[in-house]
Design a binder for this molecule. Structure first.
Ligand code: 5CA
Ligand code: ZN
Length: 409
């Protein structure tokens, strides 16, 4: 699949800082020190009801990770998937009487447009589940022959018992895992499973549903977790720097992915660091497709909202916080954007050398974007108060907002 066009990332004077970030697996902060090419996998959308504010908030967090890395003069190798075949996508297509491929294509196109408008850096590899089936099937076959998977009435399940470090990503107990598994695509109550938590790797063809050639597995379609494992191993290999997603992916998705990969390769870890963004809510409830309480980026754009203001609304919240979308959040962002634009449109202003370092330091400190915004607010206020004759300052502030925050002034 093709991704979306990249916006330029201006180079800033001096050099960036290594990112200290919260790692879900250890429950503490780690300093990321990738090689010259930092490797990141961010779980992509299931293409229906895209792109809502929750999606955008999560992708914003991982866009910041990359901007910090680029500022340290590293290259970034970024991979993202599209879950273009899965139960919820098929259910939505049936509900709306629409062809599931048309639905997936339309929503993926919309997502690309929204990501472009928000100046999110594109992945080098944007990969669909369907196009990955030829990579997924041999992995499932290998898990079967290694005794890490088993068949149940034609379906193939992964055996969580095959991974001695199962549980290491989420740190949850069995009861909590069981509840989340039932809520998030698992089938803990299906009789005959070795462990209720065991996730499906390959679902045999169901009447009226699409299916693909699964070689020795028979016709069917892939499970969710093995999709991301196949794509990540294909493009990044084991031990990549960060796997990212929203906090609703900690369990089962990222836990199972780590177990699949470890059982496949005998190596540890799948990702060195697991990073999760908080959940955006609307009207007191997590914004979700199943509840339908969604604010769409494309709708706001159609309403004439500047994408840079949407971006500022996202940046005003710490990525790990759960927060609520309100009209006031947007109004504040629109006002901030206007203040910043007025401040950088003057020919000179207060020196911005220290500001660049403040923004760098805020982001390196577990992506503290609200602190970065506050620093630029202070510069803009000083500018408005008429202090300073540094001719390079407005341009430097613009480049800083663009390079580190993805905000075009
Ligand atoms: N296709 C899978 C990942 S492989 C999936 O979870 N798709 S999704 O469309 O449901 O979500 C895409 C990303 O948005 C995930 O990282 C998910 O954690 C995140 N996300 C979904 N809802 C919210 C929300 N309300 N707030 C923040 N992030 C969210
Ligand atoms: Zn995923």
């Amino acid at each position: 699949m093709h991704a979306w066009p990249a916006s330029e990332v201006p180079a800033l004077p001096g050099s960036g800082r290594d990112l200290r970030i919260h790692d879900t697996a250890t429950g503490g902060r780690v300093t990321l020190v990738p090689g010259p090419v930092a490797r990141i996998y961010v779980c992509g959308i299931t293409p229906y009801d895209a792109t809502h504010m929750g999606h955008a908030a999560t992708y914003n967090a991982f866009d910041l990770v990359q901007r910090v890395w680029l500022d340290t003069k590293r290259q970034v190798h970024y991979v993202q998937n599209v879950t273009d075949i899965d139960d919820p996508l098929l259910e939505r297509a049936v509900r709306d009487g629409e062809d599931w491929t048309a639905l997936a294509e339309r929503e993926t196109t919309l997502f690309r447009e929204d990501m472009t408008a928000l100046r999110m850096l594109p992945p080098q590899h944007y990969v669909g589940a369907v196009e990955s089936i030829p990579k997924i099937v041999p992995l499932v076959e290998r898990l079967l022959s290694a005794g890490a998977a088993y068949e149940l009435e034609g379906d193939i399940y992964f055996s969580v018992a095959a991974d001695p470090s199962f549980g290491a990503v989420s740190g949850l107990d069995a009861e909590a895992m069981r509840l989340l598994s039932a809520e998030r695509g698992g089938d803990p109550d299906r009789p005959g499973k070795k462990n209720p938590l065991d996730p499906m790797l390959w679902m045999s063809a169901r009447p009226g549903e699409p299916s693909w050639d699964g070689a020795s597995l028979g016709p069917g379609r892939p499970g969710w977790h093995i999709e991301c494992v196949a794509i990540a191993l294909d493009h990044l290999g084991m031990g990549f720097d960060v796997q990212g997603g929203g906090s609703d992916l900690v369990f089962p998705h990222h836990e199972m992915g780590a177990s699949h990969a470890q059982a496949l390769t005998g190596e540890h870890p799948f990702a060195k660091t697991y990073v999760h963004a908080g959940m955006v809510a609307l009207d007191g409830e997590k914004m979700s497709k199943s509840r339908g309480n969604l604010v769409f980026i494309s709708q706001l754009r159609r309403d004439g909202v500047d994408p840079a203001a949407i971006r500022l609304a996202l940046l005003a919240h710490h990525y790990r916080a759960d927060w609520e979308w309100t009209d006031a959040v947007l109004t504040e962002a629109v006002e901030r954007l206007a203040r910043w634009r007025a401040a950088v449109s003057r020919p000179d202003g207060p020196s911005a050398d220290a500001l660049v370092e403040e923004v760098r330091e805020a982001l390196a400190d577990d992506l503290d974007a609200p602190r970065a915004l506050a620093a630029i607010d202070r510069w803009a206020a000083a500018q408005t108060a008429g202090g300073g004759t540094d001719e390079g300052a407005p341009g430097l502030v613009s480049r800083t907002a663009d390079a580190l925050l993805g905000v075009a002034l």
